[in-house]
Write a protein that binds this ligand. Structure first.
Ligand code: 13P
Length: 251
């Protein structure tokens, strides 16, 4: 049985003080629901260490990105060892804003997924189609390419470290959430694809989160879908009240 997983991607938000307050503010909800829901937050790099220190069990901390080289002359980049060193457990790989704003390719994302696993972190591989791709009925084609290339070269053993996050780009930060039915259709497709690439057991065990304008009001509908195992939350994770409500509603 897959345990629910609610994760907050803070993106380029919070500051020295508010990030620590935010993680403290979700402690009660995380603790009260810990037998049924895993909770993680993804603060900006510069606040990771202090948020990780302030985060009490069972809240885990992850990075919004990672670099795939171990060390050396890569100005501005952060390695898996550095992330582990400051208390990270997870690493987002291939978030849509990195793909579409920064220009990351599937090949780069694949290297990041591998570097996360090899460095002892749990990657959350983000995938999702643009509105033009959905309108052109290319959603499944895009997801297939992102998954096959994103997981390329990963053995069955290694892929068990991966969480997938389906985030339709048209739903991110727009207030336009995918309906439960739309999200379930994509999640079910993704799970079948994992069964084809790997096997039924791996497909049954892998967690697939939904992201894109998820909020307290739509948490129950999304979580009621058979193949939705949790949520990757942007805007609504920036307020302790709304994120706590989502944790409680995700059980
Ligand atoms: P919003 O919840 O703000 O739409 O962001 C979703 C997201 O990109 C999480 O990674």
């Amino acid at each position: 049985m897959r345990k629910a997983f609610v994760a907050g991607n803070w993106k380029m938000n919070t500051d020295n003080h508010s990030g620590v307050e935010l993680v403290k503010g979700i402690k009660d909800a995380a603790q009260a629901n810990s037998s049924k829901v895993d909770v993680a937050v993804f603060p900006p790099f510069v606040y990771l260490q202090q948020v990780a220190k302030a985060a009490e069990a069972p809240i885990a901390v992850g990075s919004q990105d990672i670099y795939f080289e171990e060390k050396g002359a890569f100005t501005g980049e952060i390695s898996s060892a550095m992330l582990k060193d400051v208390g990270c457990v997870y690493a987002l790989c291939g978030h849509s804003e990195r793909r579409h704003v920064i220009g990351e390719t599937n090949e780069i994302v694949n290297k990041k997924v591998k570097a996360s696993i090899d460095g002892g972190l749990l990657p959350v591989l983000c995938i999702g189609e643009l509105i033009e791709e959905r309108k052109a009925e290319k959603t499944f084609e895009v997801l297939t390419e992102q998954i096959k290339k994103g997981l390329a070269g990963l053995t069955a053993e290694k892929v068990s470290a991966v969480t997938l996050a389906y985030e339709p780009v048209w739903a991110i930060g727009t207030g336009l959430t995918a309906t439960g039915e739309q999200a379930q259709e994509a999640h079910s497709f993704i799970r079948k694809l994992i069964a084809e690439i790997y096997d039924e057991t791996i497909a049954e065990n892998i967690r697939i989160l939904y992201g894109g304008s998820a909020k307290p009001e739509n948490t129950a509908e999304l979580m009621a879908q058979k193949d939705i195992d949790g949520l990757l939350v942007g805007g609504a994770s920036l307020k302790a009240d709304s994120f706590s409500a989502m944790i409680a509603a995700a059980v």
